[in-house]
Design a protein around this ligand. Structure first.
Ligand SMILES: N=c1c2ncn([C@@H]3O[C@H](COP(=O)(O)OP(=O)(O)OP(=O)(O)O)[C@@H](O)[C@H]3O)c2ncn1[C@@H]1O[C@H](COP(=O)(O)O)[C@@H](O)[C@H]1O
Length: 110
């Protein structure tokens, strides 16, 4: 797995926070604000679900890969808007290694 891609994308997203909205899609999302970013996350979530459902009727997974990439990308923009990067999420996933989902849920405080 290539986590360098996430790190490189996160660095680009950070740089785009101060870029001009007319030349950068990411900067245009930041300029429109959190509601617009969340709207895109919701839209891409639905498109990913539909693509996943469609895989059941076809061997072609290319749409699912494309839509999941759109979803991950917009989720990273959301995190960046809120001053978070993929590292925090990767650390949380790593913390859960060797912890069963049932045990993890029982230990949740929220
Ligand atoms: N990975 C992506 C990426 N994935 C998807 N998208 C864009 O996300 C948008 C989502 O597609 P939609 O069909 O929903 O877009 P849309 O219909 O125009 O959206 P609305 O106007 O309806 O809201 C498209 O404009 C895609 O080009 C991305 N835009 C940018 N990146 C990365 O971010 C970097 C910085 O991008 P800029 O800020 O544009 O320079 C790029 O170099 C890439 O690495």
């Amino acid at each position: 797995m290539n986590t360098d891609v996430l790190a490189e994308l996160a660095a680009t997203l950070e740089a785009r926070k101060t870029a001009a909205a007319d030349t950068s899609y990411v900067a245009s999302l930041h300029a429109k604000g959190l509601n617009k970013i969340l709207e895109k996350v919701g839209e891409e979530s639905i498109e990913t679900i539909i693509a996943a459902k469609d895989v059941a009727h076809s061997d072609d997974k290319s749409d699912l890969i494309y839509e999941t990439a759109d979803l991950w990308f917009h989720t990273l923009v959301m995190l960046s808007h809120l001053d978070l990067g993929p590292d925090a999420i990767l650390e949380e996933l790593a913390r859960r290694f060797n912890l069963s989902g049932i045990e993890e849920k029982a230990n949740r405080t929220k």
